[in-house]
Write a protein that binds this ligand. Structure first.
Ligand code: MG
Length: 230
């Protein structure tokens, strides 16, 4: 059984540090007018967010501009996350992970729009042990252009196959996330989803977009573990 967790507003709340650090980086590289107005961040892949930021700031999405925005973002994020109180694990997360990682039948993974280096920073800043997750599909792992979150589910399932020598049954793969994008990528591959209303999408909206289960937060450890194992 494979359980794939989103990071932002599912496992962690980093007080918008990611968006702010991307703007910091853009200002350093492209000037003080660099902004994020009109760019949608929730549930999206970092490579797409970077391209959108470059576009709204009338900068070309060249490999050079993408790479230096990514690299500069990393430094600013590290500094922002170091400020006390910026990053927290969301309610129930630490307990749920603690219980799930003791279950031999469960493989925990990450399926996230974050780049690996900055996704790991957010987990660490929130006190979440990245070692609990034995596989990951990161935001730049989509093998198809343009990248889409949907592509990351097969990437995660391929990693599972490499580690276990057998295919994961999609009906026994669960994606946990806070946005309709998380739910949609699960549905696209016949996987289950838990929509968690700790982001900007309400419980009713998560239900309406087809989450297999929708919850207010991840505090119901026993209920969630039973559901996941059922
Ligand atoms: Mg999220």
């Amino acid at each position: 059984m494979l359980i794939l967790f989103d990071i932002d507003l599912t496992l962690t709340n980093t007080s918008g540090a990611g968006m702010k650090a991307l703007v910091d980086a853009g200002r350093e590289l492209f000037g003080p007018a660099f902004h994020a107005e009109g760019v949608d961040f929730a549930g999206r892949l970092d490579p797409l967010i970077i391209d959108d930021l470059l576009a709204v700031n009338e900068q070309e999405a060249t490999p050079h501009n993408r790479a230096r925005l990514r690299a500069t973002y990393r430094g600013y994020l590290s500094r922002r996350l170091a400020a006390p109180g910026t990053a927290q694990a969301l309610p129930g997360v630490l307990d749920l992970i603690r219980v799930l990682r003791t279950r031999e039948t469960q493989t925990l993974g990450l399926l996230t729009g974050n780049f690996e280096e900055t996704g790991r920073m957010k987990l660490q800043a929130a006190g979440i042990d990245a070692g609990a997750f034995t596989l990951a599909a990161w935001g730049d792992h989509s093998p198809i252009t343009p990248p889409r979150r949907d592509h990351l589910v097969p990437v995660a399932m391929e990693r599972y196959f490499e580690q276990h020598g057998r295919r994961a049954d999609p009906a026994r793969v669960t994606v946990i996330g806070d946005t309709p994008h998380d739910v949609a990528c699960a549905r696209a591959h016949g996987c289950r989803s838990i929509g968690v209303a700790t982001g900007r999408t309400s419980l009713d909206e998560l239900k309406a977009c087809g989450a297999s289960l929708a919850v207010r937060d991840l505090t119901g450890t026993q209920m969630l573990v039973s559901w996941l194992e059922g």
